[in-house]
Design a protein around this ligand. Structure first.
Ligand code: FES
Length: 505
């Protein structure tokens, strides 16, 4: 490691994925412990971290930080093993309040909800600062200050680049994907390859920006990729053909692009100290790299009862009346968000096909429209869980058990936001506010153009955008807009507010 070193006695133990255990100044902090399958039994921690579960259950933690509600960060089965009387939980203060409610339901008595940049001092020399994704998305990161040594856990959070701290020692952040796009879309092979490469490039570009902006002297690859033990999902373990690379695939590029930054790869159980890395004594440590196929086969066999549970759970197929009632409720919850939006979607579940009209006047249609635009193939078990409210579309999509097709191949922000966030209307209401802001919010001037400051997709600060000629490109998901007209020319369809009167020669 270069830069400041950890204080003597401080320990940062990786628990796998985005999980950490940090000890310093008599305080023990647990972060995002994830051990059990997530998203309809699809995701498993990679490498296997289950040998650490007993250690965590016996851990006597003073503090627990949960970054957001996704199951690979909020593992209810693991949380139920903790001492819920003695552990103070630090969480982001999201609009939806769902994280706090769930923790209270699990029996945690002390929950501290922090807003963006709010601070919690656990002890002198052990200070936490919350960082939110300040858009409609509910995600967070945490600065852990250990007597001046600053560890930034960004997991998979996209705090706007302009809101990131600039004096970080160690940055832990995602480099691999955690989305269904493009790998769950029905594209011809060549198109799939191109789009996958684009997303991998975007993820890498975002990582390099975060590393440079935070001034991190050390980077810890974290928060992915998971692995998929259900044989039905085997194709997503292909590290070269998906958006789920392992760090070895990127390490050489990163060393070339960020030569001043050290990289420390922690396996589950490894501990970072002032003197370096103490390696875990797990005999399986590193085997995923030397014998990847045998490792995955053995892991799959060990967890068969867990991944097969998804297939064995009895369920009743969903009928048209139930589906109609579900979408009526969803659209009712999101009336202001939908405004005058209308879109027909074809839902296919096993042998059944439904045409669903989304919008204020909607519901399951008698006839399949000729032009549905989007077709979503959803396993009947997943549809049952969605209709009963046990999971949302976000979790179902993250399971990678759905497949999608769209024609034209254009991202529909309203549709995907309705599905992803519609069961938490606090998020779609925030999108309504973001739309209003887009019309009348902050403007910045760059390269002679005046345009809205925050990206109309998911709120990135366009002060950090690249501008080439008349085109501005958002640094987060790389949508592009024509600065003369505001038209979105790549990525989506949402225009950017530009002020032509501000154009200076
Ligand atoms: S935040 Fe997604 S393209 Fe800007």
């Amino acid at each position: 490691m270069t830069g400041r070193t950890l204080p003597a006695g401080a320990r940062i133990r990786s628990l796998g994925h985005a999980g950490y255990e940090i000890e310093h100044a008599g305080v023990r902090l647990l972060i995002d412990p994830w051990f059990h399958p997530a998203f309809l039994g699809a995701w498993f921690p990679f490498p296997d971290n289950r040998p650490l579960l007993d250690h965590v259950a016996a851990g006597s933690y003073d503090l627990l930080y949960l970054s957001h509600a996704h199951e690979d960060h909020f593992d209810e089965r693991a949380l139920a093993l903790l001492d819920r009387d003695a552990t103070t939980v630090v969480v982001p203060r999201f609009r939806s309040k769902s994280v706090v409610r769930r923790l209270e339901g699990l029996g945690f008595r002390s929950v501290v909800a922090l807003g963006h940049k709010e601070v919690h001092e656990a002890a002198p020399g052990f200070v936490l600062t919350m960082l939110l994704d300040t858009s409609h998305k509910e995600d967070s990161g945490l600065i852990v200050d250990l007597d001046g040594f600053r560890f930034l856990d960004l997991n998979d959070c996209n705090t706007p680049l302009s809101e990131l701290p600039t004096d970080v020692d160690v940055l832990s952040a995602q480099y691999s994907g955690a989305m269904w796009y493009p790998n769950c879309y029905a594209y011809p092979d060549e198109v799939q390859r191109r789009k996958t490469a684009e997303i991998r490039g975007d993820l890498y570009d975002t990582l390099v920006r975060k590393v440079r902006l935070t001034g991190a002297s050390t980077y810890l690859p974290a928060a992915g990729p998971p692995c998929f033990l259900d044989p039905e999902l085997e194709r997503f373990n292909d590290r070269s053909a998906t958006i789920f690379p392992v760090w070895d695939d990127l390490a050489a590029d990163f060393a070339a692009d960020c030569p001043e930054v050290g990289t420390v790869c922690l396996e589950p159980g490894d501990v970072l100290t002032a003197d370096g890395v103490e390696e875990s004594a797990d005999p399986e440590r590193g085997r995923w790299r030397t014998e990847p196929e045998a490792y995955l086969a053995a892991y799959r066999a060990r967890r068969e009862d867990e991944w097969s549970a998804y297939h064995e759970e009895p369920f009743q197929p969903v009928g048209a009346a139930e589906l109609d009632a579900y979408f009526a409720k969803l659209t009712n919850w999101n009336k202001r968000f939908l405004a005058d939006y209308q879109r027909d979607v074809r839902l296919v579940a096993d042998g059944s096909t439904w045409a669903v009209r989304l919008g204020r006047v909607g519901g399951v249609l008698e006839e399949d429209p000729v032009d549905a635009g989007y077709t979503i193939h959803v396993p009947p078990r997943a549809l049952r869980a969605i209709v009963e409210g046990r999971i949302g579309w976000e979790e179902a999509l993250l399971s990678l058990r759905l497949s999608l097709h769209r024609d034209p191949d254009v991202f529909d922000l309203t549709l995907m936001s309705l599905l992803r966030y519609g069961n938490q209307p606090a998020q779609t209401m925030q999108m309504v506010r973001e739309r209003d802001d887009a019309a009348a919010g902050e403007t910045i001037e760059r390269c002679g153009y005046a345009f809205q400051r925050f990206c109309p997709h998911a709120g990135e600060d366009l002060a950090h955008a690249d501008i080439e000629g008349d085109v501005v490109e958002c640094p987060r998901h790389h949508w592009k807009w024509d600065l003369k007209t505001g038209e979105c020319v790549a990525g989506g369809t949402v225009p950017l507010r530009v002020d032509p009167s501000e154009r200076v020669g």
